[in-house]
Design a protein around this ligand. Structure first.
Ligand SMILES: Cc1ncc(COP(=O)(O)O)c(C=O)c1O
Length: 442
């Protein structure tokens, strides 16, 4: 019998349970599997990577390679931290989003381990199906209290939160106004919604207002922006956007995946940093970056959360995030609020690195945040610089289209609270040597 390694604890009586269509296929037949003659027998070209149906895989990968845009995974041999081991070599990690170095924090790990003991490894189902577990409810309540919203709702990831929220809140007949540099998950949420999407130039409030002025005929309007832009390291003009939302009766959504935990005196992100405590209807944050765990949330009014429970398909139709991830994020949230030195050191390291790189002659973006993108330009040179940096003991990933606009390929440095001045001086030294060697700086 296929796939059976022991007696079924609750056997299905003869003649009941799964049935199969008449013909050669049945669910319990070794005999049938043995008797199957695949339709491709003798036609090797129809299967595998040489087959006609799959030929595009090789072709498209080759085309990506020719343009210098083919990506591949790099094995990491140790847990993320300021220093990691890659290929047996110890290197400085300068591109993690574990900004506060909480993924390996003893109390965060202990919370996850205790939750596994109590709640098991997986949630077992979507929360509407088989119940809503205590670690999820606790984290939602703590997040809402921390952010000053009425409620919060967990999603499996930030990608799912954006997809779910946007496609629930806007649909055909509605208009979405989205910053040019918004994250792919926002872009995909806009596409999935079926709404008319107006992309406004990065942070250009005037252009956005002109678009809003021409959009009165739409049923609903939704303005969506990142709080702290992940690839630019700059901030959205949140006050101005909130004002436009009021003036044009639009919903206002902020994805602050990179700001939560890293910005603001208390770590409440770009909104706190810019002093905007109200005016945002939908706030998205991830648990997988500064909170060192995994998953994401949407925070807002009780009605918004109730609406998303009923309408956000990635919430309704996907297994809830593991309870241990929720428990880890709850522990991390405590640390975000208690250990202020982490945020302080993170931001002072970022400004030290940025200043040093500018002095060396690099073109650097970002404004007082933990993200320090170094613009290199074309993809080949960017990847070559990333490779040479790694050879010299620094891992910073090169970013190419479609993650960033063509011609603006970059090395996106992101800092961790536990990077030391020594680490950064070493990084500056290596950047100088490699940058000069490649002619990026003189
Ligand atoms: C701005 C922004 N939103 C959403 C996401 C997706 O979050 P997650 O990694 O939890 O899916 C990211 C991930 O990099 C992001 O940068």
């Amino acid at each position: 019998m296929l796939g059976r390694s022991g007696p079924h604890p609750n056997p299905v009586p003869e003649g009941e349970g799964i049935t199969s269509p008449p013909g050669p296929l049945s669910v319990d037949g070794d005999d049938v599997v043995q008797g199957l003659v695949p339709c491709w027998a003798g036609r090797g070209e129809a299967t595998g990577t040489n087959g006609r149906a799959t030929a595009f895989l090789k072709q498209e990968l080759a085309a990506l390679g020719e343009k210098g845009l083919r990506r591949s995974l790099r094995p990491l041999d140790t847990a993320p931290g300021p220093w990691v081991t890659m290929d047996g070599k110890r290197v400085l990690l300068l591109c993690s989003n574990d900004y506060l170095d909480l993924a390996s924090h003893p109390s965060v790990k202990a919370a996850a381990q205790a939750a596994i003991e109590t709640w098991g490894c997986g949630a077992g189902s979507a929360r509407l199906i088989a119940g809503s577990l205590e670690p999820h409810r606790t984290l939602e309540e703590r997040l809402a209290r921390f952010l000053g919203t009425e409620a919060a709702l967990l999603f499996g990831s930030g990608y799912m939160a954006n997809l779910g929220a946007i496609s629930a809140l806007a649909g055909p007949g509605d208009a979405i106004f989205s910053d040019q540099f918004n994250h792919a998950s926002i872009v995909d949420g806009c596409r999935l919604s079926g709404a008319r999407v107006h992309v406004y130039p990065h942070r250009d409030v005037e252009a956005l207002e002109a678009m809003l002025g021409r959009a009165e005929a739409f049923r609903r309007r939704l303005i969506v922006t990142e709080g702290l832009f992940s690839m630019e390291g700059d901030l959205a003009p949140l006050h101005e956007l909130a004002c436009l939302a009021v003036r044009y009766e639009a919903l206002f959504m902020v994805d602050d995946a990179h700001g939560i935990g890293t910005l603001g005196e208390e770590g409440r992100g770009a909104l706190e940093h810019l002093g905007l405590e109200t005016g945002v209807h939908i706030l998205v944050g991830t648990l997988g970056k500064a909170l060192g765990s995994g998953g994401a949330f949407v925070a807002g009014s009780l009605e918004l959360v109730d609406f998303l429970v009923n309408r956000a398909r990635p919430f309704i139709f996907s297994t809830a995030l593991a309870p241990s991830l929720a428990a880890a994020a709850t522990a991390a949230l405590e640390i975000v609020q208690q250990e202020l030195w982490r945020r302080h050191d993170l931001l002072s390291s970022a400004s030290y690195l940025k200043k040093g790189l500018i002095e060396l002659g690099f073109k650097v973006l970002g404004e007082g945040t933990a993200i320090v993108p170094v613009i290199i330009g074309d993809p080949a040179r960017t990847m070559e610089m990333s490779r040479l940096l790694l050879e010299e003991g620094i891992f910073v990933q090169g970013l190419r289209p479609p993650t960033v606009p063509p011609g603006a390929c970059r090395l996106r440095c992101s800092l961790m609270a536990t990077h030391t001045r020594e680490d950064l001086d070493m990084a500056l030294d290596v950047f100088q040597r490699v940058g000069k060697g490649l002619g990026v700086i003189s």
